[in-house]
Design a protein around this ligand. Sequence first.
Ligand code: ATP
Ligand code: MG
Length: 258
Amino acid sequence: MKKICVFNQKGGVGKTTTNINLASYLALEGFKILVVDMDPQGNASSGLGIDKNNLNSSIYDLFVSDKDLNSLIIESDIIKNLYIVPSSINLAAAEVELANMKNREFLLKDSFSKLNGFFDFVFIDCPPSLGFLSLNSLVASDSLIIPIQCEFYALEGLSQLINTISLVNQSLNKKLYIEGVILNMFDSRANLSNEVVSEVNNFFEDKVYSTIIPRNIKLAESPSYGLPIMLYDEKCKGAISYKNLAKEFICRQRRSGL
Ligand code: ATP
Ligand code: MG
């Protein structure tokens, strides 16, 4: 079971879109996938068809009510092999509620040890911040995927991100490494998009996936229907690119000995 968090402290870069669609295509390929929604916004949950306002339990209960992670898992009824631990808005308060707890950065990591290897991959959707929830995600993960938006300011904050990873490496999770970097919202007509691609490639070299996700309106529409792109419009450019990304992801995993 490999645990991967999708992380960038910058907001709106495509973390959730990547979680929803990469996870769905990998599930379609037959891998058992768990998506853990660590963002109080709950966009990964709703984007995968979970009704956030009608939940009996959520990841919040892991942190605050000490529930077993297994009891929080919901099987997707739209995609086979896909399972979700949903989030809810009260998750935002967890950090404050656990302010005095020792080892609170390890709560998610510890909960994974009870999953008994049923899943091939766990994907964690992080919020756009560097607080308790992201830290728990980084500590619990083997690696991280960094989505980057091909727009102005894309590179701003990258040094902070690298700094965060190296701080985590020094103390809480020595083994954490960068799994891959995804270029998202690419617009081939914009010079700026091409500039960002070349700068990101210079910076992250072979970590960057060669599949680039274009700006595609269908990708933005599908979450409002609670559907991953393959069930919303499987032929659109966004769907094809996420399908290719999943293939590239699998190839890389096989090369590294999955
Ligand atoms: P946050 O930091 O708030 O959690 P995020 O990094 O998870 O944001 P998303 O929610 O995935 O980012 O994307 C931000 C917005 O951009 C969403 O409305 C999403 O539907 C849209 N979006 C993401 N990727 C694309 C794309 N390739 N083409 C068009 N729209 C996109
Ligand atoms: Mg998000």
